[in-house]
Design a protein around this ligand. Structure first.
Ligand SMILES: [Ca+2]
Ligand SMILES: [Ca+2]
Length: 342
């Protein structure tokens, strides 16, 4: 009899876990602090804060998070805060934490916009409570994460990646019965949009020896990835390769190949998460898009804007596979692109 009750409770909790999905499609949420999330983010270390002191903000020198009311530093768990979650739901079972026991609502203001923000949270009272974190860009609600979290060894991650504008504020809501809450492992991404051109006028097909380029001047010294406004038509036989070059006919400084399956059949911003490189802000670099094989009916098509909407570079094309002397500049046009870095 007892066992059946225990199984019943377990099933309820399993359902709760799968219900932990973003309410809004403008974010991706992370269910657990997995290797990808850890690699993409920087942690604001709480271990150096003084036990028992109250803090109105925390910082790692790059990002400052300012709280609408103070939080008290304790830990590592169970010192000063009795329980936490444990891996893989949390990074560790014994984090340093910040807590408060009176507020049901708190606003955190971020000193820099960030494309990823997250932290672990546990209610004070030993019971399950529905907790909500809203992620904002200015006054715009980008997305929300709602999770049922158990105050008894049940800390969970509230982490989101923006698919739109970067976050500069989060709002935390817990029920009054939760008796407040504690947070740990506060993380953000340094990566922001650097250069971009989003005006969409017409498009050019990339196939066979038809290569395309776009010059740009980075403003940041680390380039981490690129998005292109691109789609496929027909069935391109081979992957699309995007690279960064400092000269159109020079070597790839970094590159990534995406298979045709990674491209939609209608226009969208597609991410090319390149291996990160160091670049010199203000110098000219080139996005180079190429493939092999295909035809005008089976190719990747990249959108571009008219009347030089991007002023620090221009569109280039080669109909001879990018060989020396084959690149032609089109100063009237600029491909649609966004570069990311920090
Ligand atoms: Ca990258
Ligand atoms: Ca231009």
């Amino acid at each position: 009899m007892r066992k059946i009750i225990a199984i019943g409770i377990f099933l309820v909790l399993v359902c709760v876990v799968f219900a932990a999905t973003p309410v809004n499609a403008a974010i991706n949420s992370y269910a657990q602090p997995d290797a990808t999330y850890i690699a993409e983010t920087e942690k604001i270390d709480l271990s150096g804060l003084i036990y028992g002191n109250q803090y109105g903000s925390i910082t790692d020198g790059y990002m400052t998070v300012t709280f609408s009311s103070t939080m008290t530093k304790v830990g590592p768990v169970p010192t000063g805060w009795a329980t936490w979650g444990s891996p893989p739901w949390t990074e560790t079972a014994n984090p340093h934490v910040l807590f408060e026991t009176t507020d049901t609502f708190m606003t955190w203001t971020l000193s820099k916009p960030t494309t990823i923000f997250g932290f672990e949270l546990e209610p004070n009272v030993f019971n399950v409570f529905q907790c909500t974190v809203d992620f904002y860009a200015g006054a715009t609600l980008v997305g929300s994460i709602v999770r049922n979290v158990n105050g008894y060894y049940g800390a969970r991650l509230f982490a989101a990646r923006s698919l739109g504008d970067p976050f500069d504020k989060v709002e935390i809501s817990v029920p009054a019965g939760a008796g407040g809450f504690s947070v740990a492992q506060i993380r953000y991404s340094k990566i922001v949009i650097d250069q971009q051109q989003t005006q969409d006028f017409h498009f050019a097909g990339c196939y066979d020896n038809y290569w395309h380029g776009q010059s740009f001047k980075p403003g940041l010294s680390t380039l981490t990835g690129v998005k292109l406004y691109i789609m496929k038509t027909g069935a391109p036989p081979n992957p699309a390769i995007l690279s960064i070059r400092s000269s159109l006919t020079g070597p790839d400084l970094t590159s990534i190949a995406l298979p045709a399956a990674a491209f939609p059949i209608s226009w969208d911003w597609i991410e090319f998460d390149l291996p990160d490189i160091t670049v010199i802000p203000g110098n000219t670099y080139y996005l180079v898009l190429r493939t092999t094989g295909g035809t005008i009916y089976n190719c990747y098509i990249w959108s571009y804007g008219l009347v030089t909407p991007y002023t620090s570079g221009m569109l280039w094309k080669s109909y001879s596979g990018g060989i020396w002397g084959s690149w032609v500049s089109c100063s009237w046009y600029d491909f649609c692109f966004k570069t990311y870095g920090y």
